[in-house]
Design a protein. Structure first.
Length: 386
């Protein structure tokens, strides 16, 4: 943008200082006026297209963050469901063991009764009739009562335990179903956000096409202006001092613009090893969830770069904002992580400071790893993690 503004100013300076005599041919004057009008039209269209594309890209970045949060929620619920299933499985085993114990006790009781009735006697009655006196009789009655009581008590306790475990299992099953329902809702939200993101793809493509069209119009008009200026120069036999000065100023402004680069920041980038390594990935496509040179998202990029130097960082920008040491913006150093938010809810984007008011980052869907001004829009803090 600086280059474009300087070029327009330079063109106006030359026009004013050359004077009316230089435009000796009225046709050249009219042609230049028309070309300048086309150039302004192209610049206005380009500015509008840039803003539209930027707005769509910001929305897509916000959707990316929502998707990441939604998937994290689904993952958490999955873990909770797994824990509940483990509880259910354990309760099932406990219940099966209790039922086996009941069967064992019942079998033992039945065997005891069978022996009493099949070994030539009449069961408890025979035992009682064989008693030697009233004391022995009473003693045997008490023993039989105690055996029966113990059998019934054991079976009753096992039945109670079985009921208790079943109630717990049913409760855990209910909790699991609640979690499954929550997971379905969370996944629906993720799917809906993905659909919204997909709907933005043709819009960003159209905005980029508008940018290209406006840029072509602007470049064509600019080329026409340059061609007309050459013709004007050929007609001008002698330039006065003010015209020469204006041309010199325009040339210096143009050189300054080129040296500064298209992102509006100084090109004097630190040779620090971390930044040098990070810069080697310029041009790698942004891929949401990407953590390798085949495609990076913002947090995946800085995580990958620092991992190369043995520094382990969390996966998301939100968690990366919690590590290291806070740094004031005035004290930023090369390699510090700089964070931004898009909705005031916390850090949703991260880049790496490289000095000179610039950072290197993986911006958003449709873009690549590149150097950009740190700026102040959405800036929410910095951390030193070395």
């Amino acid at each position: 943008m600086h280059k474009k503004i300087l070029c327009v100013v330079a063109s106006l300076l030359i026009t004013l200082t050359i004077g009316q005599n230089a435009l000796a041919d009225p046709n050249l004057d009219a042609q230049k006026s028309s070309a300048q009008g086309n150039y302004k039209q192209g610049q206005d269209a380009l500015s509008a297209a840039n803003k539209k594309a930027s707005d769509i890209e910001a929305k897509m970045e916000s959707l990316d963050n929502q998707i990441q949060q939604g998937l994290a929620k689904v993952s958490t619920i999955n873990n909770q469901i797994g824990s509940k299933q483990t509880e259910i499985d354990n309760d099932q085993k406990t219940m099966e063991k209790a039922q086996a114990d009941i069967k064992s006790e019942q079998d033992l009781y039945n065997k005891r009764m069978k022996v009493m009735y099949t070994q030539g006697g009449t069961g408890y009655l025979e035992v009682l009739l064989d008693s030697k006196g009233i004391g022995d009789f009473i003693s045997k009655v008490d023993i039989i009562k105690q055996i029966t009581k113990n059998d019934n008590k054991t079976i009753s306790a096992l039945n109670d335990r079985t009921k208790e475990v079943k109630q717990k299992k049913d409760a855990v099953e209910s909790e699991k179903q609640t979690l499954v329902s929550l997971k379905v809702d969370a996944q629906k939200q993720v799917d809906s956000t993905n659909a919204q993101k997909a709907a933005q793809a043709p819009l960003i493509a159209a905005a980029k096409a508008s940018e290209n069209s406006a840029q072509q119009l602007s470049d064509s008009a600019k080329a026409q202006i340059a061609d007309i200026d050459k013709k004007v120069t050929a007609l001008k036999v002698a330039q006065d001092a003010s015209a020469a000065s204006a041309k010199s100023t325009a040339s210096a402004a143009s050189v300054t613009s080129v040296n500064r680069g298209g992102n509006g920041v100084t090109g004097n980038i630190s040779s620090d090893a971390i930044v040098t390594y990070a810069a080697s990935f310029r041009g790698v496509n942004y891929v949401w969830g990407g953590t390798t040179p085949s495609g990076f998202d913002c947090s995946g990029f800085v995580q990958y770069v620092y991992a190369h130097f043995g520094v382990s960082l969390p996966r998301t920008s939100q968690d990366q904002f919690k590590v290291g040491t806070p740094v004031d913006r005035a004290n930023l150093q090369v390699g510090d992580l700089v964070f931004f938010h898009d909705d005031g809810s916390g850090p949703g984007h991260v880049g790496m400071y490289i000095g000179g008011g610039a950072m290197i980052n993986a911006p958003h869907t449709g873009d690549v790893v590149k150097i950009a001004p740190v700026g102040s829009n959405g800036y929410c803090g910095a951390r030193r993690v070395r």
